[in-house]
Design a protein around this ligand. Structure first.
Ligand code: BGC
Length: 437
């Protein structure tokens, strides 16, 4: 891969927040010590997870969190983004775990940045139902009441777009529904849950609140009108549908008419101001008119009735997952958002960026991260107000429908022995952070 790795990394502003991310279901394990989530149910269905693995043990972080916090301290990050498992909080002693984790992080001088929902919905709940949003706000109040004395930064939801699309429209993730456009209420209810959670957090005295949304540039397959139209539609679904209700208080392109409930009233809640806007960036998507030869999405065949198809981005290295490596897509995404939303876009934090590769001497990961951090700096130089960058992920973990086959970690996890081994990228990122001090 062409890379500038080795050249001095440009300097980021003082106070820029450097961190790494994980999520509860992907690392905690100890599934028997909490109630079930939709992911436990889904994983138990034959054929849902590619390598047949489960997250019952995962990285056993629930029992090994002290060792993992020591890894964070050794890395020298300012902040650690983890998620709070709603099913665990519903279970006896569950909140005590996050209490201990937050204490351990504070003692290590690492800022805790909890995400309140990262896809592991309690199995008894359903985002198709409106009252799930209110239940979420109740749970958020409980968590904020317990951790708010030590947690100063909060994330409401992780990637409602992927949870809607993969979980409810295409059926590749839990809860495994293939509703296509009938999944739109799931998007609305999560956005409503976000707005209600912001209100609940503010009522609990919390500040510094954001959301982690997945975004990426959409590139049209060609300049033909049919391809441009399809790409515009995809951009609306992935980017605008989840950004604009929050930033502008409006759904794009009449999509609000397809949403359930009193949408105008809900939008007022959804647009509750956030302090910053989190972006998870992995790669752009090339999109064309329906029926393109490579019509699939992340290895998943797309139903023919969709008004777009996803095409290969050619001429790029790909990660272990087959995702194209396009660092400048991050600069493009951020400048596009700044141009689209102007003053309505609060400061941005990259809440996830990373790649899956095998091996301990992961030079490909180093090249990927190096190039993306430089691309982020280019966005700063272009005037985008970016305040932080979090690598996905601290350690290898349960990669959803891929099971344990895709490794995104700076730290290798042996799933037999649960031994953690820092990879070359861990040492590299530590040195990048040291040089920024
Ligand atoms: C999710 C993570 C996931 C990562 C890599 C993001 O969509 O938030 O949970 O592991 O991408 O696929």
């Amino acid at each position: 891969m062409a890379t500038d790795a080795g050249d001095a990394m440009p300097r980021f502003p003082a106070g820029f927040l450097w961190g790494v991310s994980t999520s509860a279901h992907q690392i905690e394990g100890a599934a028997g010590e909490r109630e079930a989530s939709v992911w436990d149910v889904f994983t138990a269905e034959p054929g849902r997870v590619k390598d047949g693995s489960t997250a019952a043990v995962a990285c056993d972080h629930y029992h090994r969190y002290r060792e993992d916090v020591a890894l964070l301290a050794g890395l020298g990050v300012d902040a650690y983004r983890f998620s709070v498992s709603w099913p665990r909080v519903n279970s006896p002693g569950g909140l005590d775990f996050y209490d201990r984790l937050v204490d351990e992080l504070c003692a290590a001088g690492v800022r805790p940045v909890p995400t309140l929902f990262h896809w592991d919905l309690p199995a008894s709940l359903d985002w198709l139902r409106r009252d799930t949003a209110a239940r979420f706000a109740d749970y958020v109040s409980v968590v904020a009441g317990r951790l708010g004395d030590r947690v100063g930064t909060w994330i409401t939801l992780n990637e409602p777009a992927e949870h809607t699309l993969l979980g409810h429209a295409l059926g590749a993730h839990a809860p495994g529904r293939r509703l296509l456009f009938d999944a739109l209420p799931v998007a609305h209810h999560q956005l409503l849950a976000h707005g209600l959670a912001v209100q609940a957090l503010r009522a609990a005295g919390a500040g510094d609140i954001g959301i982690a949304n997945s975004h990426g540039p959409t590139w049209a397959a060609s300049g033909e009108p049919a391809d441009l139209e399809a790409a515009g539609f995809y951009d609306t679904l992935l980017n605008r549908l989840f950004a604009e209700p929050i930033l502008l208080g409006a759904y794009p392109d009449g999509l609000g008419e397809l949403m359930p409930g009193d949408v105008a009233a809900d939008l007022k809640v959804i647009a509750e101001p956030v302090d910053w806007y989190g972006v998870n960036y992995y790669a752009p998507t090339r999109v064309g008119a329906p029926g393109g030869a490579d019509a699939e999405y992340g290895g998943l065949a797309l139903p023919a009735e969709l008004p777009f198809s996803v095409r290969e981005i050619e001429g790029r290295p790909v990660t272990g997952f087959g995702w194209p490596v396009v660092p400048e897509g991050l600069t493009e995404l951020l400048t596009t958002f700044r141009d689209r939303y102007g003053d309505r876009l609060p400061p941005v934090v990259i809440t996830e960026n990373g790649c899956s590769y095998e091996g301990l001497d992961d030079q490909d990961r180093i090249a990927y991260l190096d190039a993306h951090i430089r691309a982020l700096h280019a966005a700063l130089e272009a005037g985008v107000d970016v305040r932080g960058y979090f690598v996905w992920s601290l350690m290898d973990n349960f990669e959803w429908a891929e099971g344990c086959a895709q490794r995104f970690g700076l730290v290798h996890v042996d799933y037999e022995t649960l031994e953690r081994t820092p990879k070359a990228s861990y040492h590299w990122f530590r040195d990048v952070l040291r040089a920024q001090r």
